[in-house]
Design a protein around this ligand. Structure first.
Ligand code: FES
Length: 150
């Protein structure tokens, strides 16, 4: 087993690659110096987020939400004017199911006590919620919606 080093990995990367800046950023954020690995494949697995196919684009038309489950996490997908967003389906005030709430533009209202959240950032917009909701990275591949819950 070897210890990875951020400096060592950055040295091996192609500086001409369009992904260079992003990968350096990921390596620094993930504190690669603290990871252990056997092979390069293992280290890529540790630093790259894992994406799961969760729905078809056609299942989430503009202006709608769609509930899925990823790795035992309930996740709510949104299509806001053709852009896709994902957040945990648990209100930070008292665990309310946001999937049952009213979607108005880019705001979702919790059906329990009326807290509203921005679906793009997860930030609470009014009381009684004060903590943001966890949001996830979304990517589209062909007709598939993929998210990472890392
Ligand atoms: S549980 Fe969502 S506002 Fe109270």
């Amino acid at each position: 087993m070897r210890m990875a080093s951020t400096a060592g990995l950055v040295k091996k990367m192609n500086k001409e690659s369009p992904l260079y800046e992003d990968m350096v950023d990921i390596l620094e954020r993930k504190k690669v110096d603290q990871l252990t690995f056997h092979t390069h494949e293992e280290i890529w697995k540790q630093i790259m987020p894992e994406f799961y196919k969760v729905a078809k684009v056609s299942e989430v038309p503009p202006g709608t939400k769609h509930l899925v489950e990823v790795d035992f996490v309930p996740v709510l997908l949104f299509n806001i004017d053709g852009e896709f967003y994902a957040m945990e389906d648990i209100c930070t005030h008292d665990g309310g199911p946001l999937a049952e709430g009213f979607l108005n533009g880019d705001e979702i209202e919790c059906p329990r006590h009326g807290a509203r959240f921005c679906v793009k950032t997860g930030e609470p917009l009014c009381m009684p919620a004060v903590e943001p909701i966890e949001c996830y990275t979304v990517k589209i591949e062909d007709d598939d919606i993929l998210i990472s819950v890392d």
